[in-house]
Design a protein around this ligand. Structure first.
Ligand code: CU
Length: 389
């Protein structure tokens, strides 16, 4: 196959805009900047992650409502935009240095050669994955979630489209976040013509394990106590399970320890594999559902500040995948569980539905490539960049 080489906006990051509007800072110098506002002020070329780790107690009930489900008929490039708009993800990240954000971004390696047919759709916008790249802020109390399973066409790349089964219209489904020990109540509706359900990983009552099929038009309520603290997937568990997962029915559950985690800029990265011809092999891969997205729109992070990445491998058919970061190491919390990291590395290897929390600091400004170290996966849509600015 001849892959076309083209330049992408990744070479053209506008990092000159200062995302902090001084009028929004409170008396303690903390940011009071809505994430949407921050993203707008950053201008084109990338997604900036401006917090998420210090909002403990800011939201007592975290409801994911039909706002996402209502977008099911819209193109997926826009469907995720409104997912968590109501949350102030930037609420309170205290130590960000605006000076670092306004500095000129060093020129990095060209992003183009890895795209080709696995590049992001031409018309995808930089805000398309906002709701899936930045986790919602921590919450306290009961979390109410409404999940509708809906069928829709999902444009994975410029040359791949999946007739997807989705939770609330997006692939992956919405990020659910709760504090350990609190109740998560999921009102689940199956608006498709096939059986589906929703099964959480982690620890919960076996009576709410989500393996029983919910018939077309059916509804149920899953109620679990969030735990253990960590990052866990949820996914459809209807037979044949591999097909239901390969069609898009999975998402991420973030469980915070009581008292929260230390402040950090948080990102979520869920790896999908798409078997479009149903031959039991994936033809295209993506972080957060759109191939090549973070190659086109690097995830902007401030240099020198702590970052926390929630990484989930939701691929089927490939026995193993991984997350590899260039030019920096990270501390690894397997499944996100535990108060101290298990080891430090630049590759974390993940089996199917395996996951990890990674903590790191991008110490100097520049581009840091990330991808699975299974290059057959990486080359087919799973290359990406962090831009430390
Ligand atoms: Cu299903």
């Amino acid at each position: 196959m001849t892959e076309e080489v083209e330049e992408t906006p990744a070479d053209d990051i506008d990092a000159t805009a200062d995302p902090v509007d001084p009028s929004t800072a409170d008396g303690r110098g903390r940011r009071r900047l809505g994430r949407r506002q921050a993203l707008r002020s950053l201008g084109g070329g990338g997604l900036s992650v401006l917090g998420g780790g210090m909002a403990i107690g800011a939201v007592s009930t975290h409801a994911i409502t039909h706002a996402q489900g209502a977008q099911a008929a819209a193109p997926v490039t826009g469907a995720t935009e409104a997912g968590h708009v109501a949350h102030s993800a930037a609420d309170g990240y205290a130590t960000a240095n605006p000076g670092a954000m306004s500095a000129e971004l060093p020129v990095g390696a060209a992003a183009g050669p890895y795209g080709g047919p696995y590049a992001a759709p031409e018309d995808v916008t930089e805000a398309a994955l906002d709701g899936l790249t930045v986790p919602p802020p921590p919450t306290t109390g009961t979390v109410e979630v409404e999940i509708d399973v809906v069928e829709r066409s999902h444009r994975i790349s410029r040359s791949h489209t999946l007739q997807a089964w989705t939770y609330n219209g997006t692939v992956p489904g919405p990020i659910i976040r709760a504090t350990e020990g609190e109740t998560i109540r999921v009102r689940f509706r199956n608006a498709t013509g096939h059986d589906h359900n929703l099964h959480f990983h982690g620890r919960h009552s076996p009576f709410h394990d989500g393996w029983e099929p919910v018939p077309p038009g059916g509804e149920t309520v899953y109620e679990i106590i969030a735990g253990p603290a960590g990052v866990h997937p949820y996914h459809c568990h209807t037979m044949p399970i591999d097909r239901h997962i390969a069609r898009g029915l999975y998402g991420m559950l973030v469980v915070d320890p009581p008292g929260g985690r230390p402040p950090a800029h948080e990102v979520a990265l869920l790896l999908s594999g798409f078997d479009l011809d149903e031959d039991g092999r994936n033809e295209v891969y993506a972080w957060n559902g759109i191939a090549g997205f973070y190659e086109k729109f690097p995830i902007k992070l401030p240099a020198g500040e702590p970052v926390r990445a929630y990484v989930v491998n939701a691929t089927e058919f490939d026995p193993v995948a991984s997350f590899h970061l260039h030019a920096e190491t990270f501390d690894v919390y397997p499944a996100g569980i535990g108060e101290s990291p298990a080891f430090t590395h630049d590759v974390v290897t993940l089996g199917q539905m395996d996951r990890a929390i990674l903590e790191f600091t991008l110490s100097e400004r520049g581009r840091y490539m990330f991808h699975p170290h299974q290059h057959a996966i990486a080359h087919r849509g799973a290359m990406g960049w962090f831009a430390a600015i």
